[in-house]
Design a protein around this ligand. Structure first.
Ligand code: DAH
Length: 358
């Protein structure tokens, strides 16, 4: 066999073949096979080695050196390729084993961190305040517990007046019958502000007064016994009804967006004359008529009117010189209309599935 003849061993061809096979190998296992094939017991190289002993001294030396160099060369090629393949294998391993640390942290090790946020009513109050502040109003607050005088009498609602029936009132039992109440509306804050303005010597006022109110009502889809209103009050010289209508319409578009209009319908409130109910386009049907708006296309938001001279007089403001308008409407109702919330009770049940939607 010529290949078994050590003198005829084609070292260059052998190395070329080892090199090509080593390059083709893609794993250490494949490379082991290449090594076995070229350097193993059954390889041509091993075959040539076996025959060395049959050669004469000179020839054996020369042929032995040739075979030795061929083996050395082949081993160098194989080990160089091994280094490459091991690097490739490490790379592959890293890719398949890569740990997505964020995924592990969020899904199985630690509960997702949920960040709290302001309740929808607080958000709504803040947005309403922003709208009015942009229109030049200041923001004021008053007490939630009021005397009968602030909640009713100063607002032109004398004791035993039938208009008291408009407010189902929580009275506090402090000994004297019916003198201290949980405020039924934010209108008494008007009285506090007017008193303060009179004390300061300048009755001019442009203020909104948000806050919590209470009524002895049974909660339903559109009423809560504890709810929120925002009151508005403007007092100046030569204030007219058209100013009131303008403020209401400007507010409506600013808060509810285009397509939602306001209208004023004649109504009665003891503290305003004339008085009106303030309605907006139903946001559920956008005026088409639906169950929520009883097919009218309009939803009542609150009341308003020109301040009754009796109210100005009760706090000592000259109604011949000064006039003004006031309005008051539900903050919870605004949130309900803006976000199409079918049942207002959801606002106070504190179900996180509801709360986290806003
Ligand atoms: N306070 C009234 C209520 O809760 C709403 C209201 C009506 C407020 C007319 C006003 C007003 O300031 O002018 O029913």
């Amino acid at each position: 066999m010529p290949t078994d003849s050590p003198q005829a061993f084609d070292a260059a061809g052998f190395l070329a073949s080892v090199g090509a096979a080593a390059q083709a190998a893609q794993s250490t296992a494949e490379l082991d096979l290449v090594a076995q094939e070229h350097l193993g017991k059954r390889s041509a190289l091993a075959g040539a080695h076996k025959v060395l002993g049959q050669l004469g001294d000179e020839e054996r030396k020369a042929a032995g050196a040739l075979l030795y160099e061929a083996r050395q060369g082949a081993e160098a090629l194989l080990s160089a390729r091994r280094v490459e393949i091991e690097a490739l294998e490490r790379q592959r391993q890293l890719e398949t084993d890569r740990l997505d640390l964020t995924e592990v942290v969020l899904s199985s090790v630690v509960q997702p961190i949920s960040v709290g946020h302001a309740h929808l009513i607080a958000q709504t109050q803040a947005e309403l305040e922003d709208v009015f502040v942009a229109m030049g109003f200041t923001v004021a607050e008053g007490p939630e517990v009021e005397t009968d005088w602030y909640n009713f009498e100063a607002l032109n609602i004398p004791p035993a007046h039938p208009a008291r029936g408009m407010w189902d009132t929580f009275y506090l039992d402090l000994g004297d019958a019916e003198t201290v109440v949980l405020r039924t509306h934010t209108s008494p804050v008007q009285v506090h502000l007017m008193e303060e303005a009179v004390r300061s010597g300048d009755p001019r006022l442009h203020a909104v007064m948000p806050g919590r109110c209470f009524r002895r009502d049974t909660p339903d889809a559109r009423h809560l016994h504890t709810f929120h209103q925002i009151e508005g009050l403007v007092i100046d010289e030569a204030i007219a009804f058209v100013d009131l209508a303008g403020v209401i319409q400007t507010f409506t578009t600013a808060y509810f967006g285009p397509g939602i209009n306001s209208r004023l319908r004649p109504a009665y409130f003891p503290f305003t004359e004339p008085s009106a109910e303030f309605e907006i386009t139903c946001t559920i049907c956008r005026g088409e008529g639906c169950r929520t708006c009883s097919q009218t296309g309009w939803i009542e938001l609150g009341g308003c009117g020109m301040i009754d001279p009796a109210v100005l007089e009760a706090v000592g403001i000259d109604h011949e010189r000064w006039s003004g308008f006031a309005f008051g409407f539900g903050i919870d109702r605004c949130a309900q209309m803006r976000h199409q919330i079918a049942d207002m009770r959801a606002l106070v049940e504190n179900d996180v599935r509801f709360i986290s939607q806003f």
